[in-house]
Design a protein around this ligand. Structure first.
Ligand code: SF4
Length: 366
């Protein structure tokens, strides 16, 4: 499936904001400084939603976008630019926002987010007032958070807060099989929140052969399994855009082709994805950390450790895996290895061998 020449990625509304964004978003968890040609091609294809964060690649992601915008300042108004903060206090958020604006060579962000929300309790009244000030001063247009864990609970909590605009969350053909996820997306949609889906290929810490196409039904209909997985997420009417890491032009072209293609999934395609989700679920971490976390005597960032392994094994990106591991588990190597995970494994709905995987994460990434 090649992108039709001359056509652009379709746009979708971003919640109640009145803003439309490209339905495919360029995820910036890679060294964009060294991949400027990907940005040029993204713009040509109409992939105008660009995502990054202060922490990605030690800042090289933001610097790379900024390098592009410094050379092509006229492109700024075409791009819906997203960045994120790991700070939670107003002073820290101001400092990181200033740094993002400086690196990105812009005086405003279209969307600013809290990176990797751990609990809705991080969304304080003090933060709400900070957001209102930044919007008044024209430094950000919209605000929200990203999350990889306990997604249903975080989405439902976000839907009750009138001052959030957008949530970026893990969402894929596996999680969409559950009524809980469908309901949480529906609640956010009804509340007017824009939704950005990430981790849409559903890779896990134990790589499954998730690209296999047993009945040949996807390839027979002209798209790959990876493209079918994207289509499954776009089928949800509340998802505004899919944010995907696209390090190389070939990957960008494949995703863009899926976004432009008007073919919808058939009943057989959906059944095929449901079967794939079920038959490969044993290697996937669903991020439901409240379940395994409650079964541990002392806190261990299990979902983050599984995500580190996923980057190493499903994404085959060892640098990203090490970066993720070192951010979440500094100095707790001995505790990770000494913890008894028996009850956590019993609580895990995916049946993951948590003890073995934690040990493998430490051995591979520490
Ligand atoms: S290890 Fe199991 S219980 Fe823990 S977050 Fe992953 S899937 Fe959920």
């Amino acid at each position: 499936m090649a992108p039709p020449s001359g056509s652009l990625i379709p746009e979708r509304p971003l919640g109640r904001s009145g803003i439309r964004v490209s339905s495919l978003c360029l995820g910036g968890i890679f060294d964009i400084q060294a991949n400027q040609h990907v940005l040029h091609r993204a713009l040509q294809l109409g992939v105008t939603c660009w995502d990054t964060a202060d922490c990605y690649q030690g800042g090289r992601s933001e610097i790379g976008y900024g390098q592009f915008l410094e050379r092509q300042p006229e492109a700024r108004r075409e791009i819906f630019l997203i960045s994120k903060s790991d700070a939670r206090d107003p002073e820290g958020m101001t400092r990181l926002l200033n740094r993002s604006l400086e690196r990105l060579h812009t005086d405003y962000l279209d969307l600013y987010m809290l990176h990797d929300l751990r609990s809705p309790s991080e969304l304080t009244g003090e933060m709400e007032r900070w957001v209102a000030r930044q919007k008044n001063e024209g430094r950000i247009r919209l605000f929200g958070f990203s999350t990889h864990r306990n997604m249903e609970q975080q989405l439902l909590a976000g839907a009750t807060l009138g001052w959030l605009d957008v949530i970026m969350n893990t969402c894929n053909f596996r999680l969409l099989q559950g009524a809980g996820m469908q309901n949480a997306l529906e609640k956010c949609g009804s509340a007017g929140l824009g939704l950005i889906a990430i981790k849409t290929q559903g890779g896990g810490p134990i790589p499954a052969d998730a690209e296999r196409d047993p009945a040949g039904q996807f390839l027979g209909r002209g798209f790959s399994v990876g493209q079918a997985k994207l289509k499954a997420v776009w089928e949800n009417p509340h998802i505004s855009t899919i944010c995907s890491q696209m390090h190389v032009v070939r990957h960008l072209a494949e995703n863009a082709a899926a976004a432009m293609d008007q073919t919808t999934l058939s009943w057989n395609d959906r059944e095929g994805l449901a079967h794939l989700a079920q038959s490969t679920c044993a290697g996937y971490c669903a991020g439901c950390e409240r379940l395994c976390g409650a079964a541990l005597e002392q806190p261990v960032p299990v979902a983050d450790l599984m995500r580190s392994l996923m980057y190493a094994r499903s994404y085959r990106d060892i640098e990203l895996a090490r970066e993720c591991f070192s951010a979440i588990a500094p100095g707790i190597r001995e505790r990770l290895l000494a913890t008894d995970y028996t009850l956590a494994e019993q609580a895990c709905p995916q049946g993951l061998p948590i003890a073995r995987l934690v040990r493998e994460a430490v051995e591979l990434l520490a």
